[in-house]
Ligand binder design. Structure first.
Ligand SMILES: [Zn+2]
Ligand SMILES: [Zn+2]
Length: 350
C-alpha cells in the first residue's frame, strides 16, 4: 500500500509498505479521509517522545472496515468507522476506569498499548490495522470527512465535561483552532450555555467562531486588557466555566483570571512539557476555583462526540480545507503551515 512515511525526524517520503494483517482484536480499515493537525508537525520534528522512526503518521481519520482479526465481535466488514488514537493496555487501573488516555503502560506495545499515529503507525496511508477499541461506528448521516473529526470532537467534549458546563452557564473559550471551535458549538448547542465568548489572536478564526455560535469574541493580541473586554460581555462578572485550548502560558493565565469566584477552569491546550504558569495563587485559593487538566479523551467520549455531529449540534464542515491525495502530502503540509483556506484541518483522501 501507499503510505506517508517519516523515515527520520524532519523528513517525509511517500512509499510502498506491506499492509499489516489485523491481529486478534483488530480490524483493517481502508482509509477514506485523514487529516493533518498541528500535532503532526511536532511528530515530524521528532518532538514527540514516544515516536519511533520510520513512522507512518495520521491520528485523525475515518474509513471502511475491510477485514477483521479473530476475537472481534463489535465490528464487521463494511462498517464505516472513525478513529480515536488511544488504545490502552486495557488492564491497568486507569484503563479499567475507561481512561485509556492515561494508561500506565503508555508506549508499551508489547502490553497492548498503542497511540495510533504517535507510537504506532497511523492512518496517513491506504490502510491501517488497529485495535477495534480505537474505532467508532459512524451514523449513516455522518460522512467520512466528518468522521475524521471523531477524535477532535471527543477532545473538545471531554474538556467541557471535565469542567461541567451546566445549562445557562456563561462560558469563555480560549483558542479558536479546530478544537476550540468545536467546543464553542458544544457549549452553546449541546450544553445550553447562556453566553459563549471566544478569545484568540486571529480575527479570521474569531469570525468563524461567531458564525458557529459564539456570542462575542475578543482578540487578545490587540485588546488592551482581554480579560476585562471578555468579562464586559457579562457586565463585568467572571465566567462560570473557562476552557483553554490555545496552548500558551498567557492563555492559561487568562483562563484563571476569567473565572468567577467558585468557577471552573479546564486547561487542555498545553499538552507538551516545558510551559509554566505565573499566576497570583490567591486567584485560585481565594477564588475557590476548580481547575482541571484535560488530556485527549477517554474511551466513551468519541462515540458521544460523533452523535453530536449526527444530530447537528456540531458542524465540522467549515473546519475542513483541501482535498489531497497521499502523493500530495508535502503540498498539503505546506497548505497547512501557510493556513491556506483557514487550514483548521487539511483533508487527505488516500
Ligand atoms: Zn490531532
Ligand atoms: Zn492501561
Amino acid at each position: 500500500m501507499r503510505a506517508v512515511i517519516y523515515p527520520r525526524p524532519n523528513e517525509v517520503t511517500i512509499g510502498e509498505v506491506p499492509v499489516r494483517k489485523p491481529a486478534s482484536g483488530e480490524a483493517l480499515v481502508k482509509i477514506k479521509s485523514s487529516t493533518i493537525c498541528g500535532t503532526d508537525l511536532k511528530i515530524l520534528a521528532g518532538k514527540f517522545p514516544g515516536t519511533r522512526f520510520p513512522h507512518i503518521p495520521g491520528h485523525e481519520w475515518s474509513g471502511e472496515v475491510v477485514e477483521v482479526g479473530s476475537n472481534v465481535a463489535d465490528l464487521k466488514i463494511g462498517d464505516r468507522v472513525g478513529n480515536e488514537p488511544h488504545v490502552g493496555c486495557g488492564f491497568c487501573p486507569r484503563c479499567l476506569e475507561g481512561l485509556y488516555n492515561l494508561c500506565f503502560n503508555y508506549g508499551k506495545a508489547e502490553l497492548g498499548h498503542a497511540h495510533i499515529g504517535f507510537t504506532v503507525n497511523g492512518g496517513l496511508a491506504e490502510y491501517c490495522a488497529c485495535s477495534t477499541k480505537a474505532l467508532h461506528k459512524l451514523p449513516s448521516n455522518v460522512s467520512y470527512d466528518e468522521g475524521a473529526f471523531t477524535e477532535s470532537v471527543g477532545v473538545a467534549l471531554y474538556a467541557l465535561e471535565r469542567a461541567r458546563v451546566d445549562p445557562g452557564d456563561s462560558v469563555a473559550i480560549l483558542g479558536p483552532g479546530a478544537i476550540g471551535l468545536v467546543a464553542v458549538q458544544i457549549a452553546k448547542k449541546a450544553k445550553g450555555a447562556s453566553k459563549v465568548i471566544l478569545i484568540g489572536t486571529r480575527d479570521e478564526r474569531l469570525r468563524m467562531g461567531t458564525e458557529l455560535g459564539a456570542d462575542g469574541t475578543v482578540n487578545s493580541a490587540t485588546a488592551e486588557d482581554s480579560v476585562k473586554e471578555a468579562t464586559q460581555f457579562l457586565g463585568g462578572k467572571g465566567f462560570d466555566v473557562v476552557a483553554e485550548f490555545a496552548g500558551t502560558e498567557e492563555a492559561s493565565k487568562q483562563a484563571i483570571q476569567l473565572a468567577r469566584r467558585g468557577g471552573r477552569v479546564v486547561l487542555a491546550g498545553s499538552t507538551s512539557p516545558g510551559k509554566n504558569l505565573n499566576v497570583d495563587l490567591s486567584l485560585i485559593v481565594r477564588g475557590h476555583l476548580d481547575i482541571f487538566g484535560s488530556l485527549a479523551n477517554p474511551k466513551w467520549i468519541c462515540e458521544k462526540g460523533v452523535a453530536l455531529i449526527s444530530n447537528g449540534s456540531v458542524n465540522v464542515k467549515p473546519l475542513m480545507s483541501g482535498d489531497y491525495k497521499l502523493e500530495q502530502y508535502r503540498e498539503a503540509l505546506d497548505a497547512f503551515q501557510k493556513r491556506l483556506g483557514g487550514s483548521y484541518r487539511v483533508m487527505i483522501h488516500p
